[in-house]
Design a protein around this ligand. Structure first.
Ligand SMILES: Cc1cc2nc3c(=O)[nH]c(=O)nc-3n(C[C@H](O)[C@H](O)[C@H](O)COP(=O)(O)OP(=O)(O)OC[C@H]3O[C@@H](n4cnc5c(N)ncnc54)[C@H](O)[C@@H]3O)c2cc1C
Length: 499
């Protein structure tokens, strides 16, 4: 067989996580090859909006404008509710997501609108649709993989592999990475249909309506904000897609609507089911393999966390790989990817499982769950990872918010009012560091008047200090410099540039 193609990072899976990883890696100067099994980007809306912290990460790489230029057809819809039927009274109405609060604004974009935007902004990434990663082997300092497409098999040798192949991740299993959690909670089958539901909706502009009555359970989502709908039928244990021919699906859709005289036309019935599940991978990093997105954490689609958590994984691994592949940071820095993201995966999955159960009539504390949701979204903290803890700051928190959002994507040193000597220390740091006075709200949060806080490219605090002379040692510690042998550089993996 011919020599393998060499690339610094191979990404398996081109959903929102894999594509975001390609975009972020390009921003941090790391070429990647992305293999996506599907022939083209996603063809149905799943997530309908991005939460503010997720928008901030895309803003950091110059993508916010392109994302805001696209608008979900349900951008102006506000109703997310539970009812016996579409025509019947509502049992629960969720708060309008646009009032969820926090810095910045939500971006109303459907997942199938987002993927092409990401593909078109993936810099020099080699994005290959219709290409499946079928074999992976860990070798010294990297991975060896086989990619299959209609053109035949290609072997790829990469310094790192990002496994982003979704909730049913076969690669996670292939690599022997187990998972824990409640597993499958409900099984769904999607029916796409067209109907004028103006009568039963009584003027309500629906994003999603969960329906439960003696004849059918499932949830209805508007596809185009007008006449096209998707109804996800809840299957009973043991039922499979083949049990639901088109006519039966039409009957179940009518039962869900619960009104006479509505004419419906079934466009298509999916040939496979999908699961509402709570599942967390036991590892998110094994040597040179990093697991991200739904492959690492599958959670019920409540609370807009599925996409957000995958995008945050992607940003976390990308800025770190950028430094490792430039030889600035030690390979051990990648261990902090798992140390930081695995607890978040657990917390988020648990929260969404609880929320799904409460919303579907199970026991639980709906108000407490809602408050924790807000904290997890806006006040995420890492108890362990790439930062220097001290007694006052045992955890790393996300410091950059709307006021400092323009600093995301770079290292930054925010200084107190009486701090001196930091510009000089920043200028001699091993990474480029922007030095500027801390804005008022952060001073109030505790930036020492005679000191500074060092922010990582993802806006988390890496170190709090009062002595500029200690900055370089702190950075060495954060970046695991000197912990192990020098990391492979881009040139080591792909060869020196021609000429
Ligand atoms: C009906 C529905 C509604 C949802 N609603 C929301 C919502 O409102 N908000 C929200 O945040 N999230 C929602 N989610 C969840 C969200 O869609 C997922 O969290 C998100 O898609 C995860 O992205 P991912 O890239 O990690 O995985 P995926 O989107 O599943 O992408 C994985 C990709 O890997 C590819 N692949 C698999 N194996 C291989 C291989 N061996 N080689 C190459 N490619 C491979 C697949 O073809 C796929 O494209 C919803 C999900 C569903 C199903």
């Amino acid at each position: 067989m011919s020599e393998p193609v060499r690339v610094p990072v191979l990404i398996a899976g081109g959903g929102v996580t894999g594509l975001s990883a390609a975009v972020f890696l390009a921003h941090f100067g790391v070429p990647s090859l992305l293999a996506e099994r599907r022939p083209a980007p996603l063809a149905e809306p799943r997530a309908r909006s991005l939460n503010p912290p997720t928008v901030e990460l895309y803003r950091a790489v110059g993508l916010e404008r392109a994302i805001r230029a696209v608008r979900s057809p349900v951008a102006d819809h506000t109703v997310v509710a539970h009812a016996g039927s579409v025509a019947g009274p509502e049992r629960v109405r969720l708060p309008d997501r646009s009032t969820a609060g926090g810095p910045g604004q939500w971006a109303p974009i459907d997942q199938d609108q987002l993927e092409p935007v990401l593909r078109d902004h993936a810099g020099g990434a080699d994005v290959r649709y219709g290409t499946e990663v079928v074999e992976v082997e860990q070798v010294a300092d990297g991975v060896l993989a086989t990619l299959r497409s209609v053109g035949g098999d290609v072997r790829v040798r990469a310094g790192h592999l990002v496994v982003a192949d979704g909730a049913r991740s076969a690669l996670r299993d292939l690599l022997g990475i187990g998972h824990s959690g409640p597993g499958t909670i409900a099984r769904k089958l999607n029916v796409h249909f067209e109907a004028d539901l103006a009568g039963p909706l009584r003027g309500r502009r629906v994003v999603a309506l969960t329906v439960a009555n003696p004849a059918v359970r499932g949830f209805l989502t508007s596809v185009d904000g007008a006449r096209r709908w998707r109804f996800a039928i809840s299957l009973e244990p043991g039922q499979v897609a083949a049990d639901f021919p088109r006519e039966r699906c039409a009957e179940l859709v009518r039962a869900a609507i619960g009104a006479d005289g509505v004419s419906i036309a079934v466009e298509r019935v999916a040939d496979t089911t999908w699961d509402i599940a709570g599942r967390v991978a036991d590892r998110m990093r094994v040597d040179r393999v990093l697991v991200a997105g739904d492959a690492a954490h599958t959670m019920p689609p409540v609370g807009s966390f599925g996409v957000a958590t995958g995008v945050q994984d992607a940003f976390n691994l990308a800025w770190k790989l950028g430094l490792v592949h430039r030889g600035v940071a030690g390979e051990e820095l990648m261990a902090t990817y798992e140390a930081e993201r695995l607890p978040v995966a657990w917390a988020t999955t648990k929260l969404c499982v609880e929320r799904y159960r409460v919303l579907n009539g199970g026991p639980g504390d709906a108000a407490g769950n809602g408050a924790r949701r807000g904290r997890l979204m806006f006040e995420c903290a890492y108890p362990d990872g790439a930062f220097v803890p001290d007694p006052d700051h045992p955890r790393s928190t996300r410091v950059a918010q709307a006021s400092t959002g323009d600093l995301l994507g770079d290292w930054a040193l925010l200084t107190g009012a009486f701090a001196r000597g930091w510009e000089d220390a920043a200028a001699r740091a091993v990474v480029p560091v922007t030095c500027r006075p801390a804005p008022g709200p952060l001073v109030a949060e505790g930036v020492p008047a005679d000191g500074a806080v060092l922010l990582r490219p993802d806006g988390f605090a890496a170190w709090w200090g009062t002595d500029p002379g200690s900055l370089h040692a702190a950075l060495d510690r954060v970046l695991c410099r000197g912990v192990d042998a020098p990391a492979a550089t881009v040139e080591d993996v792909v060869g020196a540039p021609a000429g």
